[in-house]
Write a protein that binds this ligand. Structure first.
Ligand SMILES: Nc1ncnc2c1ncn2[C@@H]1O[C@H](COP(=O)(O)OP(=O)(O)O)[C@@H](O)[C@H]1O
Ligand SMILES: [Mg+2]
Length: 373
């Protein structure tokens, strides 16, 4: 991987339900950012039902993310494909390959590191439907998360479940190893809606009593984790009552700010363009949809991700080394991090090889992995 010169923004597009318009919106958003002069890579991470390539008219066989996961391609950059639009490249999703739809956590970290090293200004991840750990993890690792929904009860409920799932997954990933908070969050994930009295505020209270040094991390989540909501198939400017309820529910039940980024109009003619969404965006029939996407992209593009983005991934460690270092960290006694347990959680969450190795060496851990051959 080559070192990156410019910090990039990673935007996830997700939503609990299939068929609500995530992929078409991802393509349109990518095309819009590309038209503004950004180098855009659109990665299809729907590991079960990939279709970004078809919306761009790419129907011949090309390398896919499966080649990377199954180690047939050494880097994600190698499997980038040009599209008909200048500045817009894609990483094609895979056909369903058993044994690949559920990559191990280290593989997700590896995919994410490669995504961060792509030669692009903006990377858009089209995530699948549902609340699989894959989707939740990639969503949690992005700088901006967009949840697409339709103004129907089922879709809105799924969007809420997705947001809740993503929040809990993020908390679990951060506090997984914490002796008091880890089990507490695990117990919370097993409660039903009626039993749960969870909010970030309530969690803060418990943390204040149990592990006050962790409080800043909760504050960080409160400010960083604010999914943007896009509602498909309703006129611009409208705030549908179900969507309003979703925003209120997220605030009251979870303590999260969900922002309504905008709506996309219902355009029946879109079905005539399913193999050429860029042509749809240039056609008169696509004008209203494009205008809505432009409006949303303006809002999303203005919000850079958290500061973590500005830190460059060091390329000195091979993927194999990183896998071994992650495994090594899991075997270490947590007292190694005793001066600040917050730091341990942070290191595990935002894994950056050079930083972690420096930290471990400073704390007396010796390993041949840290040095060259
Ligand atoms: N704004 C829209 N107006 C009309 N039909 C739409 C719109 N957005 C999506 N669709 C229809 O919904 C189908 C599914 O869209 P897609 O983006 O593939 O959904 P997802 O990725 O969420 O599964 C498309 O084939 C298209 O026919
Ligand atoms: Mg899709």
């Amino acid at each position: 991987m080559r070192p990156e010169s410019k910090p990039k923004m990673i935007i996830s597009v997700a939503g609990g339900k299939g068929g609500v318009g995530k992929s078409i919106f991802s393509v349109a958003l990518g095309a819009q950012f590309a038209m503004e002069g950004n180098r855009v890579v659109l990665a299809d991470l729907d590991l079960g039902a990939a279709n970004v390539h078809t919306y761009l008219g790419i129907i011949k066989k090309t390398p896919t993310i499966a080649d990377f996961i199954l180690k047939k391609a050494p880097s994600l950059e190698d499997i980038m494909i040009d599209t008909s639009r200048e500045n817009l490249k894609i990483i094609s999703g895979a056909e369903f390959v058993p044994g690949m739809a559920n990559p191990a956590h280290w593989m997700k970290l590896k995919i994410m590191r490669h995504i961060k090293a792509l030669p692009a200004d903006i990377v858009i991840l089209d995530l699948g439907a549902g609340v699989h750990f894959n989707t939740l993890d990639f969503f949690g690792m992005s700088d901006r998360g967009i949840v697409v929904t339709a103004p129907e009860p089922g879709a809105v409920m799924n969007a809420y479940s997705f947001i809740k799932g993503a929040l809990f997954r993020r908390l679990q990933n951060i506090f997984r190893k914490h002796p008091e908070l880890g089990p507490m969050i695990d117990a919370e994930t097993k409660k039903t809606g009626e039993e749960s009295t969870f909010t970030l505020e309530a969690l803060s209270e418990q943390i204040r009593a149990l592990a006050p040094d962790m409080l800043p991390l909760i504050k960080e989540i409160e400010t960083d984790f604010s999914p943007a909501l896009v509602v498909n198939r309703i006129p611009e400017g409208e705030l549908h009552v179900l969507v309003k309820n979703l925003i209120i529910l997220s605030r009251e039940k979870l303590g999260l700010m969900v922002n309504h980024a905008g709506n996309l109009p219902d355009v029946p003619e879109i079905t005539g363009y399913l193999l050429r969404i860029p042509a749809f965006l240039s056609a008169p029939e696509g004008r209203a949809y494009l205008k809505a996407v432009r409006n949303i992209s303006g809002k999303i593009g203005r919000h850079p991700g958290p500061a973590i983005d500005a830190v460059k991934t060091k390329a000195d460690f091979s993927d194999d080394d990183v896998e071994k270092i992650v495994a090594l960290m899991d075997t270490l006694d947590d007292s190694i991090f005793s001066d600040t347990s917050r730091k341990a959680c942070r290191l595990r969450m935002y894994f950056r090889p050079a930083e972690v190795v420096t930290y471990l060496i400073n704390h007396g851990v010796k390993s041949g992995l840290f040095h060259g051959e």
